[in-house]
Design a binder for this molecule. Structure first.
Ligand SMILES: [Zn+2]
Length: 195
């Protein structure tokens, strides 16, 4: 190596010394670092056992959810309040983010410290055949669906809520009032045509 260096330094007519120094630095010659190769050689880490409290791989049916809503366990947990009433989200700083998080469950597991009211309780199933749960997210004053800023639902569950409420209204499991409107039919018919 030293012989090559000295030979190259000698031939200043062809190569500038600064150029040869740049090319033949030991850092450039080292191709692979031993740290990386060791990391590649190690076998994959064994998978961690899932926390059963955070595991959401099992999907419960809406019948189970209906029975849960009528059970003592539900009443001792929530009382007569809606499920979102006592929920508070953890966030950085004093001002909460404008939108709720995209989803609380990733890879069939709860991936956040404060999952939304639906994600945190696996027995709450949003379904159009489960009207007692859906009614908790409908305003009693004007019949509108409550905003996620009030209920704290994540964006994924809020979309599911909107779909199941629309389906429930179509299926008739949720009744709602259509606003009554007085029509003045004289606007459509001329007075001569009635006569
Ligand atoms: Zn959620």
């Amino acid at each position: 190596m030293s012989l090559i260096l000295t030979a190259l330094r000698g031939t200043n007519a062809i190569f500038r010394t600064s150029y040869t120094n740049k090319v033949l630095t030991p850092r450039c010659l080292s191709v692979s670092s031993p740290v990386l190769s060791d990391a590649e050689a190690t076998p994959d880490k064994p998978k961690k056992a899932r926390d059963p409290a955070k595991d959401r791989s099992v999907k419960h049916s809406y019948e189970t959810s209906i029975r849960y809503l009528a059970s003592n366990a539900y009443h001792t947990t929530y009382g007569t309040d809606p499920v979102w009433k006592q929920y508070r989200r953890n966030h950085k700083g004093a001002i909460p983010p404008r939108k709720t998080r995209k989803t609380c469950i990733r890879y069939q597991q709860i991936a956040t410290g404060s999952p939304c009211p639906i994600c945190r309780d696996e027995y709450l199933v949003l379904d159009h055949r489960n009207p007692e749960l859906l009614k908790q997210f409908i305003s009693e004053h004007n019949g509108a669906v409550l905003s996620y800023s009030k209920t704290g639902l994540c964006q994924k569950k809020h979309q599911e809520l909107l779909v199941s409420i629309a389906r429930a209204k179509n299926f008739g499991t949720i009744t709602y009032d259509v606003p009554f409107r007085q029509y003045d039919y004289s606007e459509w018919y001329k007075p001569d045509s009635n006569a």
